[in-house]
Ligand binder design. Sequence first.
Ligand code: WT7
Length: 655
Amino acid sequence: MTTNTIESVLNENRLFPPSPEFSQNAYIKSFEDYKQIYEKAKADPESFWAELAEKELHWFQKWEKVLDWQPPFAKWFVGGKINISYNCLDRHLTTWRKNKAALIWEGEPGDTRTLTYAQLHREVCQFANVLKQLGVHKGDRVGIYMPMIPESAIAMLACARIGAPHTVVFGGFSSEALKDRLNDAEAKLVITADGGFRKDKVVALKEQVDLAIADNGVPSVERVLVVQRTKEPVTMVEGRDYWWHELQKEASPNCPAEAMDSEDMLFILYTSGTTGKPKGVVHTTGGYNLYTHLTTKWIFDVKDDDVYWCTADVGWITGHSYIVYGPLSNGATTLMYEGVPRPSNPGCFWDVIEKYGVNIFYTAPTAIRAFMKMGDGLPNARNLSSLRLLGSVGEPINPEAWMWYHQVIGGEKCPIVDTWWQTETGGIMITPLPGATTTKPGSCTLPFPGIIADVVDLDGNPVNVNEGGYLVVKHPWPGMMRTVYKNPERFRNSYWEHIYPKDGQYFYFAGDGARRDEEGYFWVMGRVDDVINTSGHRLGTMEVESALVSHPAVAEAAVVGRPDEVKGEDIYAFVTLENNYSPSDELMKELKDHVAKEIGAIARPGTIHFTDVLPKTRSGKIMRRLLRNLAAGQEVAGDTSTLEDVGVLEKLRGG
Ligand code: WT7
């Protein structure tokens, strides 16, 4: 299959119904079944979720009330007692799954480790005891800043086991970003590693932790636990820093799971918003457990003999919900891979699929586009016939990439689930069910049962067929975020005050624009606010701007996303300089490095555009819309009447 055929057959009206073979064996076997479940859930969401909570999960004590909805604050399974680590581990030990592979891991250098459910349970219990020994109590927050190694999953599950909310910070973030997050969470302890392997280089994680907490930078942190991974030398502070392996081997493997309240906080995960400071998205226990469990089961159709692989990093919500909690709650075999495609091994994903016989593969459009660019040779050189289902997440997948994924990776036999969701939603919201839904390349299709989603105008009225509008959710769901950590007002005004239905209902507004076609299928158009989605990472423009302005040469900065074939969007920064500085190539490089240092390599701007002026409104707001047009090399579209000085545009085009 060559790329040419893909382009010539590309047609967004093409339909891909599930094959009869797939449907027969799937949990949800037909569109009629989906419709029936969907309508039942819509008519009475509470009974729908309650029945499943009862059937699919273990509860120490049943809830008294299914839903307590005091908009915008929801509580699910009120009064219920549950532990997600128990549901992910203990309950499988009394079944044949005890000795089934829970976690298959491969490191970037090629080292491997497989943990059965019994082994994973033992490690988690021991580590939970280590945490207790170091003074971590129920309710204390624990920071996790780790490479993609089994210990990151063990650490998360151990925190969950004793009721200490974790906050995982992506290992690619810099010490500054780590510091902000640890401070906001007031973490008592940080779990890290000496380093990790990324693109054939060693990333010195412990060093970043040292920088973050140096000079009392994070006053709440009392202890640091360090996994030995790279064996590079690190500084260990007596009485503060401890080696994981030393404490782990002494710890008792006996640690009963704490009976948590259904609404006890499970974790905080930080996500960028439009205004500078990242938001601490709070997820709780019972509802999140049910939601990630059920979505994993029905969307990925995971069966006991499947090897399931999600390529995300545990530092993102996708890693939380669909590497760790969802798959393990189902008793599945989840694969974790430390590596990413890199010059020394661009085909490493296909090697992993062949080596482990991966059946279900979940990745991001940015990765798919990068593979497409490298050509069909690499995947064609491997046996990918074990694959039976493919997934996509992170941004809209363009039909070309969808078709390539379908043909070259899926061999035209695997359904593709294009899953729309967010850190805030906890789990997948709009998606095909692979045995039931006819897919259309580029559409995430229809809402999961129990999810009442729509596309509306600012008054909350549904827009016309194929008309763009705001993507909203009209009824609470078990996996939804509960609040912004320590900032309920910000939760309210970030998500619940954009759309005002006249009848006083509350709609959750996700920040995305979308349209629905004749059949009600959703086509997500992207973020309507100022967030850049680069290589599947969502970055607030404000964060990048603040980083630029923190450099002495920079007077002002305005950052926009520029469409990029591979990354989705690339960061394009307009920068004005202080008087005693002038534009140069060195300065350009210095500024890019500066942003990478302040935020992390993922935020490194692709372009720095020096300019004397920025287009502003009379109220002093930078008109990003115009800058987006300029960055993309397009004509400036739309209204420019609010511009303070129209001459600015000419200057910018010239610059
Ligand atoms: C934003 C959420 C959810 C895990 C990954 C990112 C965009 C995500 C899709 C999709 C179109 C998508 C949205 C959303 N997005 N999946 N299948 N189709 N857009 O999590 O960092 O919280 O970002 O990613 O814009 O709002 P996140």
